[in-house]
Ligand binder design. Structure first.
Ligand code: KIV
Length: 307
């Protein structure tokens, strides 16, 4: 947890029991993603309940095609930056591809790193019943696990692209079973991504743990979006379920163009952006420089000395 002095975040730390109470009171839970310190500070002060350091950082910050190339080192680097900016919100670190699939022992070690070195409060991983050994190992070590079902981006190749999931009766039934399994395994919350509203609502009703939706409609206990999508900072594409609250990419490009034009036309830096010296000290400096130059010139005029 950060102790940075400039933080004006107020209110008690959001804990898992806070999220569970919100579900019981039918009070919507808010999550957004962050990958760096300034965004984390702004989110924490804005009053969001939870911050996910998502492996979506691979796409929206690091420029990868999908989330598959993201490594533990990259996740750790960004988790540390985010945790330095947060004092109130609940923080979740995403487990990257291949950090939890190989063995339960590796999954536990990597989850531990995200808490111990990354400063996170919990971890998130993708998948259903096939993740039982990993989830059991992590939860039994006292590390809270958030599940992630539906469109699981780390399986984008297996799923055949970024498609809405659980549209058939069979696929929806399997998703419901997986959600119940995650709850039984001890997950404290689950993210449902890109699934029909009706299915998400059914699952939210059936589970005691909070269901956080993204592209899963209004019936979930809470919502999450990728912050770069919400801010209009990601120029490649915007999923149809995103509401853009700003167009910061255009604003950023406008500011860069204005700066370049200002420098070229000598409007920047202006007087108020520059520092000046005491005039008397500057006159002395010029006198000294002139004297040194004259001495050097007269030395150059001397004939070379013979040894
Ligand atoms: O990585 C991420 O940002 C996520 C959210 C889309 C839930 O997993």
């Amino acid at each position: 947890m950060s102790t940075h002095p400039s933080s004006s975040a107020s209110g008690a730390k959001v804990r898992i029991k806070t999220l569970h109470s919100k579900k019981q009171r039918s009070e919507p839970i808010t999550f957004l993603t962050a990958y760096d310190y300034p965004t984390a500070v702004a989110l924490d002060r804005s009053g969001v309940d939870g911050i996910l350091v998502g492996d979506s950082l691979g796409m929206v910050v690091l420029g990868y095609e999908n989330t598959i190339p993201v490594t533990m080192q990259e996740m750790l680097h960004h988790c540390r930056a985010v945790s330095r900016g947060v004092s109130r919100a609940h923080m979740v670190g995403d487990m990257p591809f291949m950090s939890y699939q190989v063995s339960a022992a590796e999954a536990l070690r990597n989850a531990g790193i995200l808490l111990q070195k990354g400063g996170m409060d919990a971890v998130k991983l993708e998948g259903g019943r096939e993740r039982a050994p990993a989830i059991k190992a992590i939860v039994s070590a006292g590390i809270p696990v958030m599940g992630h079902l539906g469109l699981t981006p780390q399986s984008v190749h297996q799923l055949g692209g970024w498609k809405v999931q659980a549209k058939s009766t069979e696929a929806a039934r399997r998703l419901i079973e997986d959600s119940l399994t995650l709850e039984d395994l001890g997950c404290y919350a689950v993210v449902l991504e890109s699934i029909p509203t009706e299915v998400a609502e059914l699952i939210s009703d059936k589970l005691d743990i909070p269901v956080i939706g993204i592209g899963a409609g209004t019936g979930c206990d809470g919502q999450i979006l990728v912050t770069h999508d919400l801010l209009g900072l990601f120029d490649r594409f915007t999923p149809s379920f995103v509401k853009k609250y700003a167009d910061l990419y255009s604003e950023m490009e406008r500011a860069f163009r204005e700066y370049i034009a200002d420098v070229k036309d000598r409007r920047f830096p202006a007087a108020e952006h520059a520092n000046s010296m005491d005039p008397q000290a500057f006159r002395e400096l010029v006198r000294e420089i002139n004297t040194i130059e004259q001495e050097m010139d007269s030395e150059d005029d001397q004939p070379a000395r013979l040894h």
